[in-house]
Design a protein around this ligand. Sequence first.
Ligand code: PBG
Length: 304
Amino acid sequence: MNIEVDKLIYPLFVKKGRNLKEEILSMPGVYRFSPDLLVKEVGVLKKLGIRRILIFGIPLTKDPKGTSSYVEGNMVSSAVKLIKFFHPEMTIITDVCLCNYTTHGHCGIIKKRTRKIDNIATLKALSRIALSHANAGADCVAPSAKAKNEVRAIRKTLDSSGFKHIKIMGYSAKFASNFYGPFRDIADSAPRFGDRKSYQLDYARADHALDRAKQDIKEGADIIMVKPTLGYLDIVKNLKHRFKHPLAAYNVSGEYSMVKNGVKAGFWKEKDMVLEIISSIKRSGADYIITYHAKDIAKWLKKR
Ligand code: PBG
């Protein structure tokens, strides 16, 4: 079974500034780019045959409500505009969440007294983020806060604003996982209190993943997703068989870092290990694979 480069989705991180390319310590080969260098990077990806990118914003300021995620001229929207201008054929997916933007690091707006997620306020904020990305020219938005009915709320907002054609990729089966550690380093988004277990799924259970995927499809998701991948391929296979819906699998930061550390320690060869992992994700039924290895894979497959 061949890996198809145009079915890989490459995550990119954008931060305000100029001429900025900061490597992330825990994820060698992954960078935070300023918009000017991000556009250049997208040009390189295009030449390699990568057609889809997933954009995350790294804000300069955070507040309890994560307002920098949707204000006029927010990082992600500016980047999307710029990329669409220079590379209109690139499919741009944007991550829609609050954890990078909130001082407390949670994915939603928190009620002061109870410290619980305020679902209504969170849905409003997520809808504003999605709308700002759509206005900038995003092709697809990917809500990842795991707020109740987030797909429905965003679908409704997009539809009523003339964006019926913009797709939604739901982070449907997003487990509360230890594998996200290095990512939280990228965006300084680790929760300052508590954990994400009240809104992300319990890894000991498979039934919730089926329920949440079914719910996301009902709410209008065009693509459903499983995250992480290693340790979760049974879920990928289950969802593909059960729903036959376009399915993405997110090979996350911790999985990437494990491979890289193993290479450094001399345990395995990077190319061999990555191709084995990505093939196994494909074999289990994923149509799209979101992976930090995408650029390397494209280079390796080009050389063959
Ligand atoms: C935002 C979000 C996270 C990731 C993707 N979107 C962090 C989290 O949920 O803690 C993780 C991606 C990765 O680890 O590569 N909610």
